[in-house]
Design a binder for this molecule. Sequence first.
Ligand SMILES: [Zn+2]
Length: 264
Amino acid sequence: MEEKKKNFMDKLEDAEVVLVGIGEEFGETVEETSIQLDFEKFLEKISQQKNLAWLPPYIRMLKIKYSKAEQTMKAYGILEKLLENKDYFIVSTRKDDRIYDSGLRSDRIVTPCGGYRLTQCMHGCQSQVYQVNQVLLKEIEECLKGIRQPDTLYCPRCPVCGEPLIFNNIEAEAYVEAGYQKQWENYTSWLQRTLNRRLCVLELGVGMSYPTVIRWPFERIVFLNQKSNLVRVHSKLYQLTEEIQERGYKINENPLDFLINRFV
Ligand SMILES: [Zn+2]
């Protein structure tokens, strides 16, 4: 295993371009929040109020915002160091947006499953996305703190049809892909520039939830580029297809443990 690591480090060191995939396993197993608020109790309290059916996603968003995510942020910090001075691009299927709080370059990140940074109409009107209302977030926080009543909150609504605005992520029934489209185009043109260059592909905790976004295309990229290598890190799904065995490293480990334990 140590030998493998050395090889992988050499490949990364030697690479002209680095493609990173981040998936389901790249997160805390137990979430602790940095603020003394009972999110679950609040969710239960409003669960019976039909006029507040739009509110729970906001509560979940605030819970993510206030969670410590120490391991995750530590792992992002290590990744940042590994990619320093490299021409890199990161594709992540995570929806927690934590990567944008790290020092990794946001112009080199694409999150096609969306997250909580934008909103959209629940019906996807005009494929429009909107900024999240920051005043509303503050008001919701006041409700969580018990200094404001939830029924004084106004649901943000679509300017076209008047239905509620929801978060722009893949859980939306009519997901508006415009939220990540421009960055996806940047990613694909970057990818074209990796052809015939020494490419290191690093896959961190990518399982089978959205295999068409990272896992399968990455395998194909490695298959087509003879100068590439794939480092696949996953606690269970670390296997490699036969075509790329020779240029692949399979690492049977949780991606956070992998970064934290091996590269500190
Ligand atoms: Zn609408």
